[in-house]
Design a protein around this ligand. Structure first.
Ligand SMILES: C[S@@+](CC[C@H](N)C(=O)[O-])C[C@H]1O[C@@H](n2cnc3c(N)ncnc32)[C@H](O)[C@@H]1O
Length: 322
């Protein structure tokens, strides 16, 4: 009998796991589409956000930008293409537990481990927290129970109150690994931690709404997390109230509006109109901003993702100026 988080650990990151065996791939040809995979516009906007952090911190050099759970590294490649002002000082580093050695490609390093220091760093986590193994708990009028997996079936075992505020008759994910991961980053005082993920403000909302346990393969959602272990991604909506600290909370559409997505789309439209009779690559890139923006702020999709920004944070060493 395995607790659900141990089962999930094995399904995603064990020897035959969805991620460790290379089955799980973000992107158009893969299993799911994330914001950086929509197109280059997301990188331009995130680059603007990084410029704000960098300038506010006194333009530290070096300025490590760490993308944790980087997958194929699309977010970092999008940033590189966008070339924000802080690119003069940044080190772009992707971290993913599913890679087995350090890879260096076109100025981007991808490695399995976090660096030892997070001084003057920004830590990005796009759709990471939903993938950290979670437990499943249930509340009834008689008390609490937890889901274990045995012979391909769920078995419920009584447990002590796990400290979640949910109504009797509902179930919720218990996000201890996500909590501990965030706490371990905050402890090391980077300039910022930015997490973008599907989720809600409270666990009570998730429990009431249901449908928070998600499985994916080839762009389709499955309905049974116990079917075909290792062949499916297993994830959950993330409940913000289970995470430590006091992040600034926005939905992705607000975050991107604050960074000027409307102005970038208007610029794209104008440049396309100017060159529509003889379009070049730049004109096509500008036109593509219109559709990309629609996807990134879609209230029924990526636009509703929760953006959590933990800002502790002052430069930890005397920064040199780039
Ligand atoms: C859904 S994918 C994220 C895709 C990518 N961030 C994007 O935006 O396209 C989750 C990734 O997180 C990685 N991962 C899970 N736990 C991790 C951890 N503790 N540290 C680093 N990477 C982790 C997995 O191997 C997987 O590649």
């Amino acid at each position: 009998m395995e607790r659900f988080d141990d089962y999930m650990e094995r399904c995603l990151y064990g020897p035959e796991g969805f991620y460790s065996s290379g089955t799980g791939i973000a992107g158009r040809g893969g299993d799911f589409i994330t914001s950086p995979e929509v197109g280059p516009l997301f990188g331009v906007l995130l680059g603007r956000w990084l410029d704000g952090v960098w300038n506010e911190a006194g333009r530290p050099n070096p300025f490590p930008v760490l993308d944790v759970g980087t997958g194929p590294g699309t977010l970092l490649r999008g940033l590189k293409l966008a070339e924000p002002e802080c690119s003069a000082a940044w080190d772009l580093i992707g971290i993913d537990r599913s890679v087995d050695s350090v890879k260096e490609d076109d100025g981007i390093r991808i490695q399995p481990e976090m660096p030892s220091s997070l001084d003057n760093s920004v830590v990005l986590a796009n759709e990471l927290l939903d993938n950290l193994p979670f437990r499943i708990v249930h509340r009834s009028s008689a008390g609490w129970s937890e889901s274990f997996v045995s012979d391909g079936q769920f078995i419920e075992q009584p447990i002590d109150d796990p400290g979640l505020s949910i109504d009797p008759g509902t179930s919720a994910p218990l996000l201890r690994n996500a909590h501990d991961w965030v706490a371990s980053i905050l402890e090391r005082k980077p300039l910022r931690l930015l997490s973008l993920d599907y989720g809600t403000a409270t666990t009570a909302e998730l429990a009431e709404r249901g449908g928070w346990l998600r499985t994916y393969r080839s762009h389709s959602r499955g309905d049974d997390p116990l079917a075909d272990p290792g062949a499916w991604d297993i994830t959950t909506d993330v409940a913000t109230d289970q995470l430590p600290g006091s992040p600034l909370v926005r939905v992705q559409s607000e975050f991107l509006h604050d960074l000027g997505i409307d102005e970038l789309v208007a610029e794209g439209r104008a440049r396309w109109t100017e060159k529509a009779s003889a379009p070049d690559m730049d004109a096509f890139r500008m036109r593509s901003r219109i559709g990309e923006a629609e996807a990134l702020v879609d209230p029924a999709g990526l636009g509703s993702w929760i953006v959590l920004e933990w800002r502790q944070m002052t430069p930890t060493t005397d920064p040199s100026v780039a």
